[in-house]
Design a protein around this ligand. Structure first.
Ligand code: FMN
Length: 140
């Protein structure tokens, strides 16, 4: 079966409550499981980067929902491709709140080696580069 992968970045609504986010994730994982979607969501306290993969129709439907969600703004798809195999098999939506995201603004910058260690070995170089770049961006 043809699989699609989509990676986007967006900006969290200011003041987004981490508890609200965790509750949203529980519902998201249930929906992703039902639709056979897997992926990874990284939140650095300012921006999100999320990879969604699964059947093409399901990825499009879930991304449409996500793009309308008022908990973040300005979603931009940075990678859209058809793939043979999943990079995140078994992750109905892994979630990484990067260390030190609370507190001083300079703490938003996360050493790339920490992010790379979050990725499964199946993720491949391109995805690893995207997520690593995301985490070296300065979140001002
Ligand atoms: C950053 C972020 C990531 C999300 N990821 C997912 C996800 O992986 N799967 C999902 O079903 N919903 C996810 N959601 C929630 C959706 O935006 C939406 O609320 C949910 O799918 C219900 O869709 P509906 O309002 O169209 O019924 C996410 C929301 C945000 C803000």
């Amino acid at each position: 079966m043809a699989l699609a992968r989509l990676v986007y970045v967006s900006t969290a609504r200011p003041g987004l409550d981490p508890v609200e986010l965790e509750e949203m994730l529980a519902a998201a994982r249930a929906r992703n499981g039902a639709l056979s979607i897997t992926g990874l969501l990284v939140y650095n306290g300012v921006n999100f980067m999320q990879a969604l993969e699964g059947p093409g129709d399901a990825v499009s439907a879930v991304y449409d929902s996500i793009a309308r969600d008022p908990r973040h703004t300005g979603p931009v798809a940075v990678l859209e491709e058809n793939v043979e195999t999943r990079a995140f098999p078994g992750w109905s939506m892994a979630y990484a709140v990067l260390p030190d995201q609370e507190g001083a603004a300079d703490a938003l910058r996360v050493p790339p080696e920490r992010v790379a260690s979050l990725l499964p070995v199946t993720a491949g170089a391109e995805l690893a580069l995207l997520f690593t770049s995301f985490n070296t961006m300065s979140a001002v």
